[in-house]
Design a protein around this ligand. Sequence first.
Ligand code: NAD
Ligand code: LMR
Length: 323
Amino acid sequence: MTPVKITVTGAAGNIAYSLLWRLAAGDVFGDDTPIDLRLLEIPDAVGKTEGVAMELQDSAFPLLRSITVTDRPEEAFDGANAAFLVGAKPRGKGEERADLLANNGKIFAPQGKAINDHAADDVRVLVVGNPANTNALIAQQSAPDVPADRFTALMRLDHNRALSQLAAKLDVPTTAFEDVVVWGNHSATQFPDLTFATVNGDKVIDRIDRDWYVNEFIPRVAKRGSEIIEVRGSSSAASAASAAIDHMRDWVQGTDQWVSAAIVSDGSYGIDEGLVAGLPTVARDGKWEIVQGLELNDFQRERIAANVEELKAERDAVADLLR
Ligand code: NAD
Ligand code: LMR
């Protein structure tokens, strides 16, 4: 079988140090698909990345056929079937993710262009580097020849956080829940929405009180990234890598369960067409599909609208990087 080419940027960083091992183990493409890894870093971090590559080699993964370390985007994305755009600065204590936009945004235009010019026709891109939604928009806009639906950003960490908070609250496994969604931006404005959620077939909102939902659950999930930074001293890494694997695996292998993915909006649910926003999705035949036909109440509409405003403001702030 022809190996699948997977590009990971920021390959010397913290997230990559978890992500690469899961990829090499076959957790996205399955245990019958060999893998070529392409590791992209900035010149100063190429040496460290060589060390990461040595450790990957020492892990003797049966599926791992080759590892390329480079600081050249055109080499890293050449023939790429899947790309994890992780390389970007993380925020520190007291910062919001949008504070990173001025510096991190610049990374994603040249990478989008390199994807446009060099990646495989079936390339799938997942942006993890923050602020992920708007960075994904920048990359997508820099790749006019690639279908827009191949560019996505990570909301799955927020989705997983929502599931785990619920599981703890109701003392059931995370698998008991269906139809949870996190709408909007991967920021403190995001809307973890339990309106449609069920637990073992019962409505979740009938099992929790509204005060807990609105005043504890939503802010806890939305601000979990900051909480991790406060407690751990640096931003989430292994959980982000695990969520990135979940996202790409479901995209490639499909899922009928609702999951949250930030995809290019088609205008559904009052989210302006073209914005990269978290939506309720399923994955079928290798594509994300928005769950359509949901009736939204005023509370949901208000929370989603706040995200749209924020995403538009971020888009305006990087207008010089957009086509
Ligand atoms: P890190 O600082 O440990 O690693 C980032 C790496 O990216 C560094 O090695 C750096 O040299 C590299 N890099 C910088 N510019 C690059 C470029 N142009 N090309 C290739 N590599 C480049 O950071 P981390 O903890 O791995 O986090 C990476 C990013 O992911 C941060 O922006 C962080 O905020 C974000 N993040 C997002 C989520 C999410 O859910 N979307 C979750 C956690 C972290
Ligand atoms: C997270 O949600 O953990 C990441 O986006 C890191 C951060 O800055 O919060």
